[in-house]
Design a protein around this ligand. Sequence first.
Ligand SMILES: [Zn+2]
Length: 161
Amino acid sequence: MGGDCKSPGSAFEGSNPSPATSNTRRSIEIEPINEEELKARLDPLSYSVLREGATERPFTGEYNDTDKVGSYRCKVCQNVLFTSETKFHSGCGWPSFYAPTADDAVTLIEDRSLAPRIRTEVRCAKCDSHLGHVFSGEGYDVPTDERWCINSVAMYLEEKK
Ligand SMILES: [Zn+2]
């Protein structure tokens, strides 16, 4: 369910997201994951978001509102996904970024689970875990006009001291 962080007043409704970074799946080597070991290591919500594509409830995530400075890393494989420099307050209920750390930090996958609405799913490029979705053209005052809507529980913040 969900992953659908619509924001009030968004001009996005009805149009399909087409992020400028249209790199879909690449041939990056995915690290093998021991699902049982991972399940034991992560809390149940993190596991179901990362490995089963679930979505945390809006406005409940640890990083939704935080302005702490640092790097957001994948909870499964420690890949650096986003930094606080591109984080902005979208009001949508999930941590929002306007760009990942690098194009090859994440992979984008067409998500038809809410068809006919087509969304773009964001996964960690290193371990293929689900992170959230990316939307574009919503009119946010950010350099890319993109909103990378990411589950807090998919990441941990490595604070800059
Ligand atoms: Zn990862």
